[in-house]
Design a binder for this molecule. Structure first.
Ligand code: FIX
Ligand code: ZN
Length: 398
């Protein structure tokens, strides 16, 4: 009887996870109409900075030599070194294999150019991929200080209901970007600029990624005090991606960022000193996950989201997801993709759905063993909250 119950819940849970529409609250994707920024296909999948870091550390390829190659040759080299000469066992490598498998592409006895051609011939659009993953909408990362990238908001030929905007403000935090700040006469002119960008892009949140020292500015610096007041007036949450140290190996380019320290006591101070601002936070280091989870129990204006970058590994996700559920129940926003290439949505979400199923099954069965009857409608509602509503409610998205 118990066994049958577990089987029934397991099947229902899997079907529900597969059929629930997802809101992806942080990506680096753009609509295909923004041609120079829309990334898809094998060449881009292989040129992902996660894989570049693996190539440059494992395969003995020199950084200079790698970056002197043209883009398709880089992809070919990564394929040869990480997928042909070695077993593609790392999470980023497995992601490529999972994605190709989803497209029904057999890689046996084929070289990079053959696989690339085969994938191209399938002609998948962004909408096809969003449908495969069951994603209703996603949040882009939009930098208002990058004119060319921001020109997306001057056009109207793309779907604003699918591609939602977030305003990325790292350039206002980083001291080395003081040139950007010099462009403005005073703090007020920065706020006017943000107001203009807000009206153009209608962001669902503003965002920064920060190391310890950068993060401290949020508490001390006058400009940031004014920005926080402006965000509060706009009812716009601030996303904080904490604990990154950029360019720990400069030569690696985008693949050279690592982990820095972060003092989460500062986050608690920020939540207390700005009780009307909402903070949408993720931390990069495993060391910070427990403390962040405790803070979320203490501050109603703080929400944690996803498994960011170095945290986005199945072994860590399973353990941390359990910890988050143990301390926060199902009020969490369990995942975001951080995808840079549209095809990556496939592996990032399919992998996560498997883990979510495994973890939740354990919890539902445990409740059942303690005579708490699980109604199937309740499961449906829980999954919809986890994959869609919790994030949209926090971000005030209708
Ligand atoms: O700052 C971010 O939003 C990070 O996600 C990126 O900078 C990083 O390069 C990345 O792609 C991680 O997944
Ligand atoms: Zn990101």
């Amino acid at each position: 009887m118990e066994k049958d119950y577990k089987k029934l819940i397991s099947k229902y849970l899997k079907d529900t996870i597969d059929s629930t529409s997802i809101f992806d609250c942080h990506t680096h994707l753009f609509p295909p109409e923004h041609k120079n920024y829309y990334l898809s296909g094998l060449e881009n999948i292989l040129n992902y900075h996660y894989l570049i870091a693996e190539l440059l550390t494992i395969a003995g390829t020199s950084t200079k030599e790698f970056y002197s190659l043209e883009h398709s040759k880089r992809a070919n080299l990564i394929w040869d070194e990480l997928f042909q000469k070695r077993t593609p066992m790392s999470e980023s490598c497995k992601g490529v294999i999972t994605t190709l498998n989803h497209f029904n592409i057999s890689i046996k006895n084929k070289n990079y150019y053959e696989i690339d051609k085969e994938l191209k011939s399938k002609n998948y659009s962004d909408k096809d991929i969003l449908n495969i993953c069951n994603i209703n909408s996603l949040v882009m990362t939009n930098n208002p200080f990058d004119d060319e990238e921001w020109s997306l908001f001057e056009r109207n030929d793309w779907d604003r209901n699918i591609y939602l905007s977030s305003m990325r403000l790292d350039n206002l935090l980083n001291d080395s970007d003081s040139l950007i700040k010099k462009k403005f006469e005073n703090n007020q002119s920065i706020i006017s600029f943000l107001e203009k960008c807000y009206n153009q892009s209608k962001p669902v949140y503003a965002a920064i990624s920060a190391s310890t020292n950068e993060f401290k500015q949020l508490l001390k610096n006058n400009l940031w005090k004014e920005i926080l007041t402006w965000l509060n007036n706009k009812k716009l949450p601030l996303s904080l991606m904490l604990g990154v140290k950029r360019a720990i190996n400069k030569d690696f380019g985008l693949a050279g960022d690592g982990i820095g320290d972060i003092d989460l006591k500062d986050l608690s101070k920020l939540c207390n000193s700005h009780p009307n601002n909402k903070f949408f936070v993720t931390c990069l280091s495993l060391n910070d996950q427990h403390e962040l989870t405790v803070l979320v129990r203490k501050h109603p204006n703080l929400k944690m989201f996803g498994f960011w970058w170095f945290m986005n590994q199945p072994s860590l996700i399973e353990q941390m997801l359990k910890m988050r559920i143990d301390m926060l129940g199902l009020s969490i926003i369990p995942q975001h993709s951080d995808a840079r290439v549209t095809d990556q949505l496939i592996y990032k979400w399919s992998k996560f759905k498997k883990i979510l199923h495994k973890v939740l099954l354990e919890y539902y069965v445990d409740l059942n063993e303690n005579n708490y009857e699980i109604d199937l409608e309740v499961i449906k509602n829980d999954i919809s909250n986890l994959l869609n509503n919790n994030a949209k409610n926090f971000l005030n998205i209708k």
